[in-house]
Design a protein around this ligand. Structure first.
Ligand code: S3P
Length: 158
């Protein structure tokens, strides 16, 4: 099975994803890192040099590549849900890590690596995306405490 973790920047997809993969004996993939390695650039450099539309198209191709893999936990980039067509490509279990706004704001304060935070607030991004995360989600879990979120996910996957 392929498990896709979706959720906002700062929702803990990578941190929780590594632990979840260990618990399931699956391979962990961080989609942003995967893209960075393929492009030999950091995400903020990709946005700066090629623009967001280019990055989003690269995300689509990367998701298609992931379809060849099995028994993986994939921490996606927070904006993967911006393209509704991705729902078809992401055939597996989509787990939405939901985190309250104030917690996200605290986690992302002073973050220089996320290009979208240069032009929008966390609140603006979260508000426009909540319906999309809900649309993609097979399972929704609040991730404020990682251990309990993992327990909840393991139960839901049984
Ligand atoms: C983005 C989130 C980032 C990264 C890029 C765009 C977004 O990933 O893909 O900066 O649109 O929310 P993380 O969710 O891992 O920070």
């Amino acid at each position: 099975m392929r498990i896709y973790l979706i959720g906002m920047m700062g929702s803990g997809k990578s941190t929780l994803g590594k632990e979840l993969a260990k618990a399931l004996n699956y391979t962990f993939i961080d989609m942003d890192h995967y893209i960075e390695e393929k492009c030999c650039k950091f995400i903020d450099e990709i946005f700066r040099d090629y623009g967001e539309a280019w990055f989003r198209a690269f995300e689509t191709n990367t998701l298609k590549e992931f379809k060849k893999m099995d028994n993986v936990v994939i921490a996606t980039g927070g904006g993967v849900i911006k393209n509704k067509k991705h729902k078809e490509i992401m055939d597996g279990k989509c787990i939405y890590l939901s985190v309250p706004l104030d917690v996200l704001e605290a986690r992302l304060e002073g973050d220089e690596t996320r290009p979208l935070l240069k032009t929008k607030t966390v609140k603006e991004i979260l508000e426009e995306r909540i319906p999309l995360y809900e649309y993609f989600a097979d399972i929704k879990v609040e991730n404020v405490n990682m251990e309990s979120a993992i327990k909840e996910i393991m139960e839901a996957l049984k």
